[in-house]
Design a protein around this ligand. Sequence first.
Ligand SMILES: [Zn+2]
Ligand SMILES: [Zn+2]
Length: 375
Amino acid sequence: MAQSRKDYYEILGVSRNASDEDIRKAYRKLVKEWHPDAYKGSSKKDAELKFKEIQEAYEVLSDKEKRAMFDRFGYVGDPASFNRGSGRTPGNAGGNFDEVFGDFQDVFDVFFGGSRSGASNRSQGPRAVRGEDIHASVVIELKDVILGKKVVLEYDRNKVCQSCDGTGAEGGTSYRTCPTCNGSGYVKEEHRSFFGMFSNTHACNTCNGSGRIIDKRCGVCGGRGYEKERHKVSVTIPTGVENGATLRIGGHGNAGQNGGPYGDLYVSVRVEMPTEFRRSGNDLYVSKEIDYVEAALGTTSEIPLPEGGTETLKVPAGTSPNTVFRMKNLGVPSVSGGRRGDLLVSVRVNIGKPSSKEKKLLQQIAKLKNSRVVE
Ligand SMILES: [Zn+2]
Ligand SMILES: [Zn+2]
C-alpha cells in the first residue's frame, strides 16, 4: 500500500466532523456497494481499487489517533507501519476475498449479518489490555516543597517490542487473524431456549483472547510482545506538595497488550521535615528563644526560613513568653499555585540564673516596681 494524500472524508462521503457511527455506517454502505465479488458494474478492476480506497479511509478515520493525525497533517505516516502494531487491523488489506474478510470484521457484519455461528459481532479488534502501573517513591526536603524540584527516576519496565511492534510475531507480520473469533478475541455463543434467545460472550480459546495466531514467534521478545528496558523519566514535584502525596505520571508504566496503552507511574512523595519546623496546611510553625531582657526591651531576631536563609523578626518591648508572631507569606505555597501560607513564630523567653552583677541591678528594678522578691 503506497502512501497517499487522499481525502478520506471525501472517499467515505462524510463531513469532517462526522461521528464514529456516521463513519461506520458510511463504510458499511460503501463496502456493500463496491466489494469486487459483489460489484455489479462493468469494471471489476476499478471496483477493486475503489474498495481498497474505502478500506484505507475507514482504517484511518475509525482510529482516533490516526484520524487526529490525518486532520492535522492531511495524511497518515507510512500506512505499512500502522498496519502493524495497532492490533486493530492486522495484516495487509490486500485484494483477495479471504484475506480481506480475515482482516475486516465489519465486512463480516455486512455480508453475513453478523450471525455466523461461532463468530463474534464485535467490531473492535483483539482485546486491548492496558499495561500495569508501576509504583515508586521519592524523599524530598522542605525547601523542595517551597521551590519545587525535578527528580529523574530510573527503573526497569516492559516496553513494546520494537522488533515485532508488540505483536509477538517475527517481524511483526508472521501472524494470522484467529479464524475462530475473526480477530476479536471473543466468541459469542447463541442458543435458543423455551424462554427466548440467549447469548454469551467469552474469550476465544483458540487464540487466548489475543485475536491472532502467531506463525513464528518474534526472536527478540520470544513472542511476549514486550521486552525489559531501563526507563528514565524526569518528574516535576509540584511546589506545596504534602507529605505522603502520590503523583500520577501517565504512560510511564508497563506496556499494554494488543495495542493497549501503557500503564502509569505512581510516585509517592515523602517530605523530610527539619526538626525545628512543623507544618499545618500551608502554614509553618517554628519557635525562637530570646533573652528576658530582649523580651522586656524589644529586639530583632533572625528566623530560619524553610527554603534556607533567615528573615528578621521585630520583637517589640514587653513581649510575653510564648507570644506567636505571624510572618506573612513565608509558609508553604498552596499546591494549586496560590499564595504562600504564613510562618508562625512562637517566642520562648530564656530567663536563666542571673550573675551577681545582674542580681544587684534587678534588685533596683524590684524596688522601683515594689516587687515582692526574696532578699
Ligand atoms: Zn480467537
Ligand atoms: Zn517482539
